[in-house]
Design a protein. Structure first.
Length: 276
C-alpha cells in the first residue's frame, strides 16, 4: 500500500491508499488509475524530531498496517521535519519516498507565479487534486495553520493565492498579547451565535467565528470580482474548502461549493501515480 504524508506546521496527516479505480471516480472528476483511501492517521508535527523517533511515531500510528506499506510520498512545509520523515519512511518501506518539490517529481501542472519555487508544497498538491477531481477553474480554500485561498486556472495551473493567519494562530496571539483574555477553545459554533457578545468569552467567540466568516466571504468576493474583470467568468468560480477546520466554518460560508477534507491526499495520490 501507498502511504501519503502531508507534513504541516501543526500535524502530519497520513493516509493509506490502495490502488483501485480511477482518479475522479468518487467526485465526478477525471484522471487515470489512482488510489482509494483506506485509512487516515494524524500525528503532531512536534513529535518528529529525529529519524528514530519519527519512525517510532509513524509505526505506532499505523499499527499492524505499517507492515503493508511498500511506498510513500511526502509533501512538507516544515523543512526541519522533512529529513526525519524521509528517513523514517525509507526505513519502513526499504525505498526512498517521492518528495513533492524535488526536481525529479513532475506535478503535471504549471506554476504561474513570480517565483515558482516559493509556492508551498501543500498548495500545489491541492491544485493537482482539484484538477483531477473537480471542474476548473476553481478557488481552493484551505483552513490550516494559515488560512489560504488559491486559484487553479482552467488548464489546471496554479495561478497564485492569498495567505492569512489561521484561526488557531489568531487565538494564540490574543492569549499572548492580552493578559486579561482567557484561553479560547475552538468548537463547533451554531449559526445563531450572537454577533454581540454579553461576556468576554462570547465576545471572543464572535470575533473568531464571525470575523473569519466575514474575512473569507470578503476575500472570495474580491477574488471572484478580480477574475471576472480579467475576462473570465469569475463570479461563477466554484470554491472548494479543505483543511482541518473546514468543517467548522464552511457550513456558515456563502459561496462554498464543496468541502473535501481529503483534497491534499487526493493530490498526493495523483502525483505518485504520475511519477511511479
Amino acid at each position: 500500500m501507498l502511504l501519503a504524508i502531508d507534513v504541516g506546521n501543526t500535524n502530519l496527516v497520513l493516509a493509506l491508499g490502495d490502488r483501485t479505480g480511477r482518479s475522479g471516480d468518487d467526485t465526478g472528476g477525471r484522471g487515470g488509475p489512482c488510489h482509494t483511501i483506506v485509512a487516515r492517521y494524524r500525528i503532531e508535527t512536534r513529535a518528529m524530531t529525529d529519524p528514530q523517533g519519527s519512525e517510532a511515531a509513524i509505526r505506532a500510528a499505523l499499527g499492524e498496517m505499517a507492515g503493508k506499506v511498500d511506498d510513500s510520498i511526502i509533501a512538507s512545509v516544515v523543512p526541519d521535519v522533512t529529513g526525519p520523515v524521509v528517513a523514517a519512511m525509507t526505513a519502513i518501506t526499504g525505498s526512498a519516498p517521492l518528495i513533492v518539490g524535488n526536481d525529479d517529481v513532475d506535478l503535471g501542472i504549471a506554476v504561474n507565479i513570480d517565483v515558482p519555487s516559493q509556492a508551498g508544497a501543500d498548495r500545489l498538491v491541492n491544485a493537482v487534486g482539484a484538477m483531477a477531481h473537480y471542474d476548473v477553474p476553481a478557488i481552493l480554500l484551505d483552513f490550516g495553520t494559515a488560512t489560504t485561498l488559491d486559484l487553479v486556472g482552467e488548464d489546471g495551473g496554479y495561478e497564485g493565492g492569498i495567505i492569512a493567519p489561521g484561526v488557531a494562530l489568531s487565538i494564540e496571539a490574543l492569549e499572548r498579547a492580552a493578559a486579561q483574555l482567557p484561553r479560547l477553545e475552538l468548537r463547533a459554533f451554531d449559526a445563531d451565535l450572537p454577533v454581540l457578545g454579553k461576556n468576554t468569552v462570547a465576545a471572543m467567540e464572535s470575533g473568531v467565528f464571525w470575523g473569519y466568516v466575514g474575512m473569507i466571504e470578503g476575500l472570495l468576493q474580491r477574488l471572484r470580482e478580480e477574475q471576472a474583470a480579467g475576462n473570465t467568468d469569475g463570479q461563477q468560480l466554484p470554491a472548494i474548502a479543505t483543511g482541518g477546520l473546514a468543517g467548522l466554518f464552511a457550513a456558515h460560508l456563502s459561496g462554498i461549493t464543496a468541502v473535501d477534507p481529503d483534497l491534499t491526499v487526493r493530490g498526493l495520490f495523483e502525483i505518485y501515480t504520475r511519477n511511479r
